[in-house]
Design a protein around this ligand. Sequence first.
Ligand SMILES: [Zn+2]
Length: 211
Amino acid sequence: MNIVLFGKPGSGKGTQAPRLAEALGVPTLATGNVLRDAVKAGTPLGREAKAFMDRGDLVPDQVILGIIRDELAKSEYARGVILDGVVRTVPQAEGLAAMLEGLGRAVDAVVSFEVPDEEIVKRMSSRTVCSTCQTPYSGRQPGDTCEKCGGTLGRRSDDEPEAVRNRLKVFQAQTSPVFDWYRRNGGRLVVVDATGAVGDVTQRVMHALGR
Ligand SMILES: [Zn+2]
């Protein structure tokens, strides 16, 4: 079972990914992690990616998809994968479909985590991060003390309401075409209400997937 997780920043994809992995018995693959690992391991594509990063450029989709393809060839992904953060644009959706086809696989379902914008703004602005060790907290105030290192908690500037609303606008513009693309190309779109308790959201996803 090959699943793509899809949702606004702050919609809880990253929280749900490991829970779904356990429930479905397939590993997760997050773009940021495999990219970091490939760069560290110095694979040919990892070195290519590093050259872009060193110049301060975005790593092109084709390089990232190549790195994901190398990873998916490993035996632990034989039964499927939960892809987190892989598809945000139409070219990425197209590239992923072509890459999976080359492996004799396909996207079985795209799970979209639906959270109203104002709920996301609320979630982000209740998030603080330790300015020393970067541990994230939820429901703590800026100026509180970090339990791990005694550092001071602060709010990241891109978690401020105005910045969050801007990111949501950019996301909306990029991603509604992705939805249309999957509809036209016969992908199975699973839309899940991602508000409420973490465990409830996991259950909704499993139910929507027919598990
Ligand atoms: Zn700390």
